[in-house]
Design a protein around this ligand. Structure first.
Ligand code: AMP
Length: 411
């Protein structure tokens, strides 16, 4: 079965074509600057050894429909494509950021689903509208195959009320659905399952803390395969220190800024979402640069690293307490997979909790799933590469098969 996975942003389409028999992507690419004077389409055909044959095109893609049409032409291109005809694609999996409370799991997209995703626009005004555009455009190009929505929020829908409700007037929840939703669910779910497979134990008996550290960052407490808490909230602003987002602050901060600095709501939003986090603390949101500057003696960069890892450490303690037991901690995403320094700092001083990192294993520059805790540790510290697109493809296949659609994706 071939599955096309699409992640649509306001001016971009990220895509991967998966061969589910091989369990891997055979094509990936990104169309960016859609709607601008010059759009860029980077397309890569991946061979069996994982090597890519790249094609970069520059030219105007007026809208998402033009973008996806060109992508499909490349998918069937004799030199750069992986299929002869678009009818070989059995289903399309869509990343949808906010499913609100409507979706506990992935689902075949129909009119009712589209209406519910639209209803969630106030909760994700920057993400859900382009996700909807992507679905509409793809449904026009692939009208005969199932389209599956995979939501960033679904994995966190098992969180109990005591963890998802804020202590604000209950009517805000009842009328506006103000609550913790959590994001990066596809990544947390994927690495939790990979951890269970690596540990050769059923996920139903594992207590895990998953730590997704990319430009955005979040953590989740996963008990017996179900998420019981996560650090992002109503929006992705809450929780950990991120590249440009502040994470947890005193909720009084916005009105302090409004009253004392005369800032508007939009200015405050921009400051906390785009000018805070690592960038706000030391002027750079790229962790590689922050680490480099800290090593060469820049005090603010060193402080930013301390604040960043201290926040993670606090959440490790909190989630350990919530879970009541811990089998493994999993680091994933750009920073989690590649920064021994941050992994080490987050776990430093936790030996008495049974959590420690072996300095040599931690530094090994590997790309595969690995254990960085000392041998015989009861609590394993693992590094697991995330693959959200693969998880979307797997979810799409599962839902399509469950709905009785055959190899072709059609009923
Ligand atoms: P992501 O959003 O998952 O692509 O992650 C992006 C973040 O990963 C950026 O802050 C990068 O600086 C960081 N990153 C990537 N490679 C490394 C590395 N080798 N060491 C430290 N941080 C890295």
């Amino acid at each position: 079965m071939k599955i096309l996975v699409i992640n649509t942003g306001s001016s971009s389409i990220k895509y991967q074509l998966f061969d589910m028999e091989k369990q891997k992507a055979v094509v990936n690419g990104l169309a960016e600057k859609i709607g601008e004077k010059t759009s860029i389409l980077t397309h890569k055909l991946i061979d069996n050894q994982g090597n890519g044959k790249k094609k970069i095109e520059e030219g105007r893609l007026a809208n998402h429909a033009e973008g996806l049409e060109r992508i499909v032409e490349l998918l069937v291109d004799p030199e750069f494509g992986a299929i002869r005809d678009k009818s070989e694609i059995s289903a399309v999996g869509h990343r949808v950021v906010h499913g609100g409370e409507a979706f506990q799991e992935s689902i075949i997209i129909n009119e009712k689903v589209l209406a519910a995703v639209k209803k969630n626009i106030p909760l994700a005004p920057l993400h859900n509208p382009p996700n909807l555009t992507g679905i509409e455009v793809a449904q026009n190009i692939f009208p005969d195959v199932p389209h599956v929505g995979v939501f960033d929020t679904s994995f966190h829908q098992t969180i109990p009320r005591r963890a998802y409700l804020y202590a604000v007037p209950y009517s805000l929840y009842e009328k506006q659905r103000v609550r913790r939703y959590g994001f990066h669910g596809t990544s947390h779910a994927y690495v939790a399952e990979e951890a269970a497979a690596y540990l050769k134990r059923p996920i139903e008996e594992l207590k895990l803390i998953t730590i997704h550290l990319g430009n955005g960052a979040s953590m989740a407490a996963v008990k017996n395969g179900r998420c019981i808490d996560t650090s992002m909230g109503l929006t992705p602003l809450e929780g950990l220190v991120m590249g440009t987002r502040c994470g947890d602050v005193d909720p009084a901060l916005p009105y302090f800024m409004a009253r004392n600095l005369n800032m508007t709501i939009d200015e405050i939003d921009k400051t906390l979402n785009k000018q805070s986090g690592l960038k706000g603390l030391c002027g750079d949101n790229d962790m590689r640069n922050v680490e480099e500057k800290a090593v060469s003696g820049d005090e603010l960069s060193a402080l930013a690293l301390e604040i960043y890892s201290y926040r993670i450490k606090k959440y490790i303690g909190a989630y350990y307490a919530s879970l009541g037991h811990l089998d493994a901690i999993i680091f994933t995403a750009g920073i989690g997979e590649n920064s021994p320094l941050i992994r080490g700092m987050c776990c430093e001083g936790l030996d008495s909790l049974g959590i420690s990192v072996d300095a040599c294993k931690n530094k090994e520059p590997r790309k595969d799933i690995r254990e960085i805790s000392p041998p015989n540790s009861q609590i394993k510290v693992l590094v697991i590469p995330t693959n959200e697109e693969k998880k979307i493809a797997m979810e799409t296949e599962r839902i399509v098969k469950r709905n009785g659609c055959g190899q072709t994706g059609r009923k």
